[in-house]
Design a protein around this ligand. Structure first.
Ligand SMILES: [Zn+2]
Length: 295
């Protein structure tokens, strides 16, 4: 990997290898990138039912994903209420696109205030969003949508940028479909933060070929400018987690069967069903705005 996908610097050096994938750090903007040797279709094929519902799909938890996206609904919706607050501080109504909508749970939260649409690369997730949750989510690639120019008042990308093969192209597409003065909201991890740097190849967020592009705040700044955004800022990203879900998530991340069993046991325990709120040091929301031509 010679060139940084985000800032186009050639100051790339191999940071470590994990599970057959080489990770490169950009010394210029701080992003951590997977040297991807797979075709997009092969990457997209991983977002099947087993990615969202690893438990229900049997023993194949080797593919990183959610033990059960359905079972995480309560804590996810609590996080989405907080995220909707962040969105509505900037834009309170209009057309909203969730890019990487999964089951459409954020749209469900946002529906009282916005005309909601979603897109997700997973045919499976988009069909669950439509059939189980009644949300208007289509299957498709965020880099190449069929939405008209200047269409949305807000686009959210919750924990999606790390999954993208061409993040700057995706943000350019988001910029295209936003109305002048429209807002984009991007939540992700900061790979240049002390915690991921300290954990190195043991960082739980690593998970190629699903997680490919771990940005930094500097990297997001550069990517937003390259995509055409006129302004951006960062805010903190408080989240809600269920105790048993977190334990099982670590079980999946680190392929640890004992943790998975402990998580299962905790799921049946009142303590395991507790939801706690935390703002992690490495997580942030970037808020970017398309120039308003009338301003
Ligand atoms: Zn860079």
């Amino acid at each position: 990997m010679n060139t940084c996908l985000i800032c186009e610097s050639s100051e790339m050096s191999e940071a470590f290898r994990r599970e057959g994938y080489a990770y490169f750090r950009c010394r210029s903007c701080g992003v951590l990138l997977v040297d991807l040797q797979l075709a997009p279709a092969e990457v997209f094929s991983h977002y099947s039912e087993s990615y969202y519902e690893a438990e229900a799909s049997g023993a194949d938890t080797g593919r990183r994903g959610y033990p059960s996206y359905r079972n995480a609904r309560t804590s996810m919706e609590a996080s989405f209420v907080d995220k909707l607050d962040v969105v509505r501080r900037h834009v309170s109504s209009g057309r909203l696109l969730d890019a990487g909508a999964a089951y459409g749970l954020f749209l469900l939260t946002a529906a009282p205030h916005f005309e909601c649409m979603g897109i997700d690369v997973s045919e499976y997730a988009a069909s669950v969003a439509r059939s189980e949750f009644g949300m208007n989510v289509r299957a498709g690639d965020i880099e190449h949508t069929e939405f008209p120019d200047n269409h949305f008042d807000a686009v959210v990308l919750w924990d999606i940028i790390e999954h993208l093969i061409h993040p700057v192209e995706a943000l350019t597409e988001v910029h295209r479909v936003l109305k002048p003065g429209g807002w984009a909201f991007i939540s992700t991890d900061d790979a240049a933060n002390w915690l991921p740097r300290m954990l190195g190849s043991r960082w739980w967020a690593l998970g190629a070929p699903m997680h490919l592009c771990h940005v930094s705040k500097q990297g997001i700044s550069i990517a937003c400018k390259r995509a055409g955004f006129a302004h951006h800022e960062f805010v903190s990203d408080p989240r809600s987690y269920g105790v048993a879900e977190v334990i099982k998530h670590f079980g999946v991340s680190y392929q640890n069967a004992a943790l998975m069993r402990f998580g299962d046991w905790m799921q049946g325990n009142p303590l395991g069903r507790l939801v706690f709120h935390i703002t992690r040091p490495e997580q942030f929301i970037a808020i970017a705005r398309k120039a308003d031509v009338s301003a």
